[in-house]
Structures are given as structure tokens and as C-alpha cells.
Design a protein around this ligand. Structure first.
Ligand code: GLC
Length: 544
């Protein structure tokens, strides 16, 4: 408990916080039914304190038929009974806060579940009804309306329209069970503002905004022609007015936002981070960057350059619940991002991937800004192979079974090596099968092993909190000077100084490299060679 500062101690904590992503269903199972739950999270709060994270982001924990792992919300004001109750969520938020850990919840404005009362009412009310105006219902094209209303493509692949027996089609940019809301309707705006207040009133410190660039649509729902501007459903200007009204609500509570803003254009990206809009956005460009010094350096530079004009802090992300786990990705020949281009059985070298993931951890934790750690990254979990008949992710099914989908990074965590199901919770098999190798990654085995991934993360997060050179905001509340200065280095090596003498060096591709001048080595991701040089795929933190 003593390791973390009290929650009140830092101003603008979100500018350089270490935030841990909890995928509740797979984190820890408190009641032993095979599904992770809030009781499980509460029982593991001491672990999270010891890990040294300052906030938890919970992927959706609301009532949901789980057609897309909870990103199909049936009721924002109810916790899914598989996870617990609202009273438990309130307790969890309060207990975590007592321990110095803030809570971020996930809000999904683009769509709801087809089990949401609004959608059920819209189905019952029939074509042309006011209830259908909350969504995007349209007549089809073709002689008998048998063709979808436009040519859009689903984010999960395929046609984003489903036809009902009454002849109407409804739009769903994701799975069939996720009808898109009509953000031009005032009731949709009012409802979400109310949902934000509902959770801020319960003590949450922030809200993650799912698919933040998708909710607004061109009301005519025209065909998409590549190259035309504005896009009929991506990054529309109307969104900024919506997020300004959200910001006003967050400001009443001192709450913050982190947007899932996937946009290649730096200037368009930064618009979401203007001072009266979102506080932060995920750095998905950095997450998708291959293990390559030049590309990573360019990604860091671009990130800092695009955030600076709007005064927003960068975020650094290596993994989340949508992408292949780092140790597997970095062990592949193509180390880049693979949201939609995964295939079954792509070869990987886990030893190499682990070495790189350790070095990448020190790189991302040394960069100026907030950093996200996805549950299991700290255990060095690889992507799991899920037997086809156990796959649940709609992405797999919408790809026609060619893409394994995202379940492989969502496998229940191993806590105790010699307990059933690696100590996930009980005697019931977890909702997704764990690979046989899972027990060797168990948190209890890694605790106390100085060479484990868990020990590396604990030590890195401890240094990140205690070394003044890492702070983006000083204890006084003032911004720290120059965020980062590149130091001369050989090809394939990244070397940079933060402030207060702190240096990070990562050797991605070069021969063993001399460390720059320093007075002490704070931490390395692997052993130095006999001459004190930094081997390939290794990182070091130094003080000079
Ligand atoms: C985001 C989520 C992803 C979900 C999608 C639809 O990309 O991270 O898991 O499937 O939105 O809500």
C-alpha cells in the first residue's frame, strides 16, 4: 500500500500515470464459475498495488449478451451479473481509491447491444416509428429493397447492415448485435451525458471512449467513395461538439477522458485533444510499430510533435485486448501490427519475442506521458492458440473463419502454478481454455524471481514513480522541461535522455553497444555482456 502515493497527491495525474487495463472476464475469478468478476479484481488489488500501477481501465463491465466481449452494452447502469453487482463496483472503486489507484470505465458511444431497451423498442415499434430514429434504419436498395442501403464495409468485415422481417435494414459498423446509434438525435446525446454523470457520481476518475471517431454519420448515409472528404462515418466534424459537451461534464468532476482515436492524420488526431475536448488518446500508431529503431524513433517524434501544439500528453501502448500479445508479435518475422491480418499458425520465436518485449517495456515506460499496461503483459504471456470450436470473437466469424480473432490475447490469467487452471479462480474450466504452458507464467512463480517479467515490470514501475527524471508533471504541478532529447547512437540503437540525468538506451538491431556516460545503471531488461555493453534486443535505464 505504501508504494503508491495517495490519490490526491498529484495534480493532473493523468499526464504521466501508469494505467493497467483490466479485461474483467479474464482477470481473476472470485466465485469459481470460470468467468472473471469484480470479486476477483477486489481480491487482487494488493497485487496491483505491488505492481505499482496508478489507475485501472476496465473494459465494459455492464449488462451485456457478450456478442462482442461486452462492447455490446445492454444497460450502462447495471453490472453484468456474471461480473457482480453495482454495489460491488462501487466498493471496488472506493477500495482501489483508498489504495491510491483510480478507476477508468469504458463507454461505447457508437453502438449499443441489440438487447438494449431502445433497440428492442425500435424493433417492436416498426418501420417509420420515432423509436427507430434513435438508430439508423433504412429501406434497402434494389427492386424489392433486397440490397443493403449503401456500400459501407463493417469494421469486422462484411456488410454492416442487417435486414429485418419487416423489410427495414439497420446499420451496425461492428457485429450484427451492435446497432449503431443516431448521434444526430438529441436523446442519444442526453442519454450519454447522463451515463457519464452516473459513473462520475460513483467515483470514477476517467472514461475511455470506445471507437471515438465513429459515432457521427452523414445523415444521408451516402455510399463511401475513397478519397472523398468528409468521410461519411469516420472523424466527422460534428464529433467535436459532442466531446466538448462531455468535457464540460468531466470538468465538473475533475474527471478525464482517453479516446480510442485511430487516425493516420496527425492534425486531425490532435483536434480531439484540444484543451476543451479529450485529455488523452491512445497512441495506436506506436502500438502498431514494428520492432525497428528508425520506425520507432519516428513514431516517438511524430507523437510528441502532434501532441505539443494542443498541450496534451502522449500515451504509450504496446498491447490491448484487440491485438496479438507482444511476446508473440515481436517473435514473428513481421513484428508490426496485425489487428486484421492475423493468420492461424504464424511462426514465432517466443524467446526472442520475450527478450524484445522486455526491452520494449523499458522503452515505453521511459517515454514522456501516460503508459498503458494490458493485463498479462507483466507476466510475459504469449498469444494463446484457441481451438477453433472454442473461439468466441465475432471478428473470427465475420472473417469467414480465416482470422483467429482476438481471443488469443484474452485468455484467463495464471495466478498460482499448482492450482487448477493456474489459479484463475476455481475448479470450473475458464470460459476460454488456457494453453498447457500457462502455469509456468503464474504470478506466484514469478514473484521473487529477479529475472521474471513480473519483477522487471515491478521494478520499472517503481523507478518510474520514484525517479524525478520520469515525471512529466513535477510534484509542484509544473510541467517538466524538454520531454526527451535524443543522444547520439549507432544504427539500430535508440538512446535518449529525459531530465534529471535519466537516460534510456535500447539496442534493437546493432552489435553490442557501449552505454553512454553514466554514474549508475538503474535497470536493464537483460544481462550486459562481459565488457559491460548492451546486447541486441536489450534496454537499459541509466542515471548520469
Ligand atoms: C473497440 C474495442 C473492440 C471492440 C470495438 C467495437 O475497437 O477496443 O474490442 O470490438 O471497439 O466496440
Amino acid at each position: 500500500m505504501a508504494a503508491n502515493q495517495p490519490a490526491e497527491a498529484t495534480v493532473e495525474w493523468w499526464r504521466d500515470a501508469a494505467i493497467y487495463q483490466v479485461y474483467v472476464r479474464s482477470f481473476a475469478d472470485g466465485d469459481g464459475d470460470g468467468t472473471g468478476d469484480l470479486a476477483g479484481v477486489r481480491s487482487r488489488l494488493p497485487y496491483l498495488v505491488e505492481l505499482g500501477v496508478e489507475a485501472l481501465w476496465f473494459t465494459p463491465w455492464y449488462l451485456s449478451p457478450l456478442a462482442d466481449g461486452g462492447y455490446d452494452v445492454a444497460d450502462y447502469r447495471t453490472i453484468d451479473p456474471a461480473f457482480g453487482t453495482l454495489a460491488e463496483a462501487e466498493k471496488l472503486i472506493a477500495e482501489a481509491r483508498e489504495l491510491g489507484i483510480r478507476t477508468i470505465v469504458d463507454v461505447v458511444p457508437n453502438h449499443v447491444s441489440d438487447q438494449h431497451v431502445w433497440f428492442k423498442a425500435a424493433l417492436a415499434a416498426g418501420p417509420g416509428s420515432p423509436e427507430r430514429e434513435l438508430f439508423h434504419f433504412r429501406q434497402g436498395r434494389g427492386t424489392d429493397g433486397e440490397l443493403p442501403p449503401n456500400n459501407w464495409v463493417s469494421e469486422f468485415g462484411g456488410v454492416p447492415w442487417t435486414r429485418l422481417d419487416d423489410g427495414d435494414w439497420y446499420l451496425h459498423l461492428f457485429a450484427t448485435g451492435q446497432p449503431d446509434l443516431n448521434w444526430a438525435h438529441p436523446a442519444v446525446r442526453r442519454e450519454h451525458e447522463d451515463v457519464l454523470r452516473f459513473w462520475f457520481d460513483r467515483g470514477v476518475a476517467g472514461v475511455r471512449i470506445d471507437s471515438a471517431v465513429l459515432p457521427a454519420k452523414d445523415p444521408a448515409l451516402p455510399d463511401f467513395t475513397p478519397g472523398t472528404d468528409p468521410h461519411p462515418f469516420v472523424d466527422r466534424d460534428e464529433l467535436h461538439d459532442i466531446y466538448r459537451s462531455w468535457r464540460a461534464i468531466a470538468d465538473e468532476y475533475g474527471g478525464i477522458f482517453v479516446g480510442e482515436v485511430w487516425l493516420p492524420d496527425a492534425e486531425r488526431f490532435a483536434r480531439y485533444l484540444r484543451p476543451d475536448e479529450l485529455h488523452t488518446a491512445f497512441n495506436l500508431g506506436f502500438m502498431s510499430c514494428p520492432w525497428d529503431a528508425d520506425l520507432l524513433r519516428a513514431s516517438v517524434d511524430d507523437t510528441l510533435a502532434e501532441h505539443a501544439p494542443v498541450g496534451a500528453p502522449a500515451t504509450w501502448v504496446l498491447a490491448n485486448h484487440d491485438v496479438t500479445r507482444t511476446v508473440t508479435r515481436y517473435g514473428r518475422e513481421d513484428t508490426g501490427f496485425d489487428f486484421a491480418a492475423k493468420t492461424f499458425g504464424t511462426p514465432t520465436d517466443l524467446e526472442l519475442g520475450t527478450r524484445r518485449a522486455r526491452a520494449a517495456a523499458l522503452l515505453s515506460l521511459a517515454l514522456p506521458g501516460a503508459v498503458y499496461v494490458y493485463q498479462g503483459e507483466e507476466l510475459g504471456l504469449p498469444e494463446a492458440d484457441i481451438p477453433r470450436e472454442r473461439i468466441e470473437d465475432p471478428m473470427h466469424f465475420r472473417s469467414g473463419g480465416t482470422d483467429p480473432g482476438r481471443d488469443g490475447c484474452r485468455v484467463p490469467l495464471p495466478w498460482t502454478a499448482d492450482a487448477p487452471y493456474a489459479g484463475f479462480g476455481g475448479d470450473t474450466e475458464p470460459w476460454l481454455p488456457q494453453p498447457e504452458s500457462w502455469a509456468k507464467y503464474a504470478a506466484d512463480l514469478q514473484t521473487g524471481d529477479p529475472d521474471s517479467m513480473l519483477s522487471l515490470y515491478r521494478e520499472a514501475l517503481r523507478l518510474r514513480r520514484t525517479e524525478p527524471g520520469f515525471a512529466v508533471v513535477r510534484a509542484s504541478g509544473e510541467a517538466a522541461e524538454a520531454p526527451l532529447t535524443w543522444l547520439p547512437s549507432g544504427p539500430g540503437v535508440l538512446s535518449f535522455a529525459r531530465h534529471d540525468g535519466l537516460i534510456c538506451v535500447v539496442n534493437l538491431a546493432g552489435p553490442p553497444t557501449e552505454l553512454p556516460g553514466h554514474t549508475s545503471v538503474l535497470l536493464t531488461s537483460g544481462p550486459l555482456d562481459d565488457e559491460g555493453r548492451l546486447p541486441q534486443d536489450t534496454a537499459a535505464w541509466l542515471r548520469s
